[in-house]
Design a protein around this ligand. Structure first.
Ligand SMILES: C[C@](O)(CO)[C@H](O)COP(=O)(O)OP(=O)(O)OC[C@H]1O[C@@H](n2ccc(N)nc2=O)[C@H](O)[C@@H]1O
Ligand SMILES: Nc1ncnc2c1ncn2[C@@H]1O[C@H](COP(=O)(O)OP(=O)(O)OP(=O)(O)O)[C@@H](O)[C@H]1O
Length: 320
């Protein structure tokens, strides 16, 4: 009997911005306790997983040259982790992962994490696994602190390393302008810089998360804008002083507020509405303070299969 090769599966996965990121002190395991509010944004990667005789990862799109295409790719680590979890050989998983990057690389928007989350969802479909989202989320957390959130999407409160999530009701679509820097920043370096700043002095810490949750419940972007905060911003700005100018330029261009996204260097600007975001993006891109700008909305869904099965010819021997 001929084995039917399952068709490739494509998954779309969002970037994230942290609306609120309160960072605790360095823990003994090298991580920091976080209280963070994540929002998934409409900047996305597309990841296709396919059964292949020549396994591996290929990366296309913006910034692809900076992304490893070997075993260090977080998507490949996800292949190995899921294979091991379900009793397949992680050294011979027989799959190829094709990543199309739309999320800035090393931009503080969880680009690698997104590819890992998408790979988990794609393989679960390709291998027809009976595996729940909670089980996938546990594997995701082992791959990186941001992976469970981009798997889940929407808006969520993260604690622990950022991997313990509770969904949050956000009654509004928020409009963002995203300013991409010329070069990335390494996440561990930014956390280390915050530790250094804290050892030397006393950089201010952002306030409690509750008022931000209330602002989100109100759905008023003006209220939310007043409360955006990120403890890692001081560290990112210390390593990349030009970000101060970018943050100022976004507000001067008409944004309600600007913030460094996660560990940076990407800056995210909250705008009143979609029209305002387009105007802010146009003005900011002319200000010469960043490599390029994008417009995005949030919240959006987490990693989900987008393969259009209806457009795919039914292989011979398979009946719908
Ligand atoms: C900055 C954020 O993007 C905010 O959402 C995340 O905290 C980073 O998440 P991530 O890139 O998935 O990070 P991981 O791969 O888990 O960790 C990379 C490194 O970042 C630092 N790290 C990360 C998360 C955390 N809560 N504390 C940390 O100190 C550690 O040095 C760790 O070795
Ligand atoms: N699939 C991947 N996509 C992007 N980068 C990857 C991937 N796999 C491994 N990397 C490596 O991870 C580094 C960080 O890239 P990534 O785009 O995930 O950063 P980030 O968005 O700042 O992460 P985070 O916001 O989760 O801290 C890159 O410099 C790259 O070498």
């Amino acid at each position: 009997m001929l084995a039917v090769v399952p068709p490739p599966v494509t998954v779309r996965v969002p970037a994230k911005v942290n609306l609120h990121l309160a960072c605790g002190d360095l823990r003994e395991d090298g991580y920091h306790d976080l209280t963070t509010l994540f929002q998934a944004l409409s900047l996305t990667d597309e990841v296709t997983v396919a059964v292949a005789e020549e396994p591996g990862v290929e990366v296309h799109g913006e910034g692809a040259a900076q992304v490893p295409a070997g075993p260090e790719n977080l998507a490949w680590k996800a292949v190995r982790a899921l294979a091991a979890h379900v009793g397949r050989d992680p050294d011979a998983p027989g799959v190829r992962v094709t990543i199309n990057k739309g999320i800035p690389v090393a931009g503080g928007m969880a680009g690698g994490s997104a590819d890992a989350a998408a790979t988990l969802v794609g393989l679960a479909a390709l291998w027809r696994l009976e595996i729940g989202r909670d089980e996938l989320s546990t594997i995701a957390a082992e791959l990186g602190s941001d992976v469970p959130f981009v798997l889940q999407g929407g808006t969520a409160l993260g604690t622990g390393r950022g991997e313990q999530l509770v969904p949050v009701l956000a009654r509004h679509t928020y409009h963002w302008v995203i300013a991409l820097d010329r070069e990335g920043l390494s996440t561990p370096t930014v956390f280390r810089e915050l530790d250094r700043l804290r050892a030397e002095g006393n950089p201010p810490r952002i306030g409690a998360v509750e008022p931000v949750l209330e602002a989100l419940a109100s759905g008023d972007p003006r209220q939310l804008a007043l409360l955006l905060g990120n403890d890692l911003q001081a560290a990112a700005v210390s390593l990349r002083p030009g970000l101060r100018r970018t943050l100022r330029a976004g507000v001067n261009a008409g944004a309600l507020a600007g913030i460094v996204s996660g560990s940076g260097p990407t800056c995210a600007f909250l705008c009143t509405d979609a029209d305002s975001a387009v105007r802010v993006a146009a003005e900011l891109s002319g200000a010469g303070v960043c490599r390029t700008v994008r417009v995005a909305q949030g919240p959006v869904a987490g990693a989900r299969v987008v393969t259009d099965d209806s457009a795919r010819p039914i292989p011979p021997g398979v009946h719908a």
